[in-house]
Write a protein that binds this ligand. Structure first.
Ligand SMILES: CC(C)(COP(=O)(O)OP(=O)(O)OC[C@H]1O[C@@H](n2cnc3c(N)ncnc32)[C@H](O)[C@@H]1OP(=O)(O)O)[C@@H](O)C(=O)NCCC(=O)NCCS
Length: 174
């Protein structure tokens, strides 16, 4: 991996070669295909609603993060028709610059192979240089995989009074 742990390549146990890098405007078609390929459950867990396609505006937002306030990292693998996106994680810094909100999703068939961990570590590595003190996210209570993942990554859970179906998960950064 690169010096800031946010870009680089590695190989899974089955020999699949993966690459992690920042998202770019040229990834719009890849990002759309990735979202379209998510299972209903993964899409629901990520977007807390049913999303089948990203609009042009959403695609621009996701692939052209404002570099002062946001970072988006993707994992790619070489496929028959070129590089295929198989995971993405992002954060957006709140206006007070004390906290940021993150989201993460890995393509269903690539889950449970350490890709989410790699993405989250890279995201946090970026934040450490930004002065932001805390990273947080919204997780559906029924999302046991993400809750276990969050605990493993050092996040603490808090109930949200307005919505009993959602938890806020937070990690303080050193
Ligand atoms: C949550 C998510 C990002 C994890 O990504 P991943 O690449 O599968 O995660 P990893 O392989 O790095 O797993 C790390 C740890 O998370 C936990 N975990 C991951 N998937 C799990 C599952 N299906 N069941 C239980 N625990 C799970 C385990 O503790 C795992 O550690 P282990 O492999 O030592 O058991 C992935 O399941 C996902 O994309 N889910 C759908 C979208 C979503 O829920 N996003 C979160 C909303 S912000």
């Amino acid at each position: 991996m690169g010096q800031d742990d946010s870009e680089g390549t590695w190989t899974l146990a089955d020999g699949t070669k993966l690459m992690l890098r920042h998202i770019a405007p040229a990834d719009a078609a890849r990002e759309q295909a990735f979202v379209q390929g998510l299972s209903a459950q993964s899409s629901y867990f990520r977007f807390h609603g049913t999303i089948k396609d990203l609009s042009k505006k959403e695609l621009k937002y996701f692939t052209e993060p404002d570099s002062r306030n946001a970072v988006a990292l993707i994992v790619l693998r070489g496929g028959e028709s070129g590089e295929e996106e198989i995971g993405v994680a992002r954060y957006v810094i709140d206006p007070d610059r004390a906290n940021c909100e993150f989201a993460i999703v890995v393509a269903d068939k690539w889950q449970k192979r350490g890709i989410g961990t790699r993405l989250m570590k890279a995201l946090i590595s970026h934040l450490q240089a930004s002065g932001v003190k805390q990273i947080s996210g919204s997780v559906l209570k029924s999302n046991s995989a993400m809750r276990k993942f969050g605990k493993q990554m050092g996040f603490a859970e808090t109930n949200i009074p307005d919505d009993p179906s959602i938890l806020s998960i937070t990690k303080h950064l050193d």
